[in-house]
Design a protein around this ligand. Sequence first.
Ligand code: SAH
Ligand code: SF4
Ligand code: F3S
Length: 474
Amino acid sequence: MSETNITLNAESERLLQYENIEIAKGLVKELEASAGRKLTYYVKTFGCQMNARDSEKIVGILEEAGYVEAESEQADFVIYNTCTVRENANNKVYGRLGNLINMKKKNPFMRIALCGCMMQEPTVVEKIKTSYRQVNLIFGTHNIYKFAELLVHCLQNDKLLVDIWDDTDKIVEDLPIKRKYSFKSGVNIMFGCNNFCSYCIVPYVRGRERSREPKDIIRECEKLVADGVTEIMLLGQNVNSYGKNLEQPVTFAELLRSINEIKGLKRIRFMTSHPKDLSDDLIRAMAECENVCPHMHLPLQSGSDRLLELMNRHYTKQQYLDIVTKLRQAIPDIAITTDIIVGFPGETEEDFQETLDVVKQVEYDNAFTFIYSKRTGTPAARMDNQVPEDVIKDRFDRLLAIVQENAAKKANLLTGKVLPVLVEQINEQDDKLVSGRLANNSLVHFPGDASMIGNIYQVRLLECKGFYYLGEVE
Ligand code: SAH
Ligand code: SF4
Ligand code: F3S
């Protein structure tokens, strides 16, 4: 298919979805008349920032159609946007689904929909079809842009519709989105993943890597800024390989430099960087671009060269440590965080010691530690030397203790300093305080009120409480 055909195709899809929004509006009005009240929705998101952004797209359509937000699952349209990166994510969904179906028995207007990564697994869809037949709609990660059309189907009848695609080459732009926060937003720069790390299910459920055109990304960022957004998080499974397969290739560093030029945008973040594709030019761009936050989330997964190879990660412990050194040389105040998996098949105490060694050397500001979860269909699931549970638990606890010790030490270094904090919300425990974040992503609470949300203040960090600071405006 030629480039023009794909573009035309995406444009006609966009128009079709807007037509369906109009149809949905009419149907929602009719249902409201027979219910004698407004119809409500509840969107529950599991998983990562990608899913959070997808949920904003779903909410955008539901609100356009006339639904109003409900506080709980006692609603007329409930949708779970699922994650399947680890097995326990799946179990959570089944547990909640049983409860939902009981609620549906009491509400004839209720519709239940499931979408997201877990729905891309055929065994999951089979299980829902046989054991949870009251579900109305199942769709996947590739056709989320069709949600308006799928919603119309749900409003017209109470039968299950399953619409799952294996992959797509289409990126449909400019559909409605309702942001969760007024002042910050995620922006997808790419979809899918080509890396096939041997433990990971994401490439199977999110499809092949596709980058958005820089002009579409920049236009979206500019629109967000015009609408009051001051912080943008650029999203991709591996942002460092952004733009490689565009008709006119662009690097992630070049994209960052262009986004840094957008007037009014104060903070730029991004997730996730794969160490194998992290270029010197990206480090330079981070150091040069005033609005790019000094924070790098750089998943390590393991410190053992042997395991890194079995994981298909394409870097060694030394290469990883070299990147950290370069980052700290170029950006001295940078915060470095990571993801680590404990208990990958065949992990020995020596392998684990290598991981601990990296953790001790890097002194991460924070680390997300995961117990290895066997995902059917991935190469690691076929490895027969799974590590016993008690051994994993013991290693996990030892790792966590060091991670927490480092994080506390790092945090204390900033006590007494005056630094810019972007206010995000009223403090959940004490409404005389506001909560916000430093450029390096650390949390700070200080006296303030709702009028401060979305603005940046110079705050003196008075006291470090382990994972957050207490401060006061200078
Ligand atoms: N694309 C990102 C991360 C995606 S998933 C990256 O490459 O870093 C987020 C994290 O979940 C991963 O970094 C990994 O640490 C963890 N993870 C993925 N699959 C897992 C599995 N099967 N078991 C345990 N943790 C897993
Ligand atoms: Fe999974 Fe690896 Fe892709 Fe990250 S880079 S999503 S860990 S396959
Ligand atoms: Fe989960 Fe899918 Fe994200 S599997 S971590 S929601 S890409």
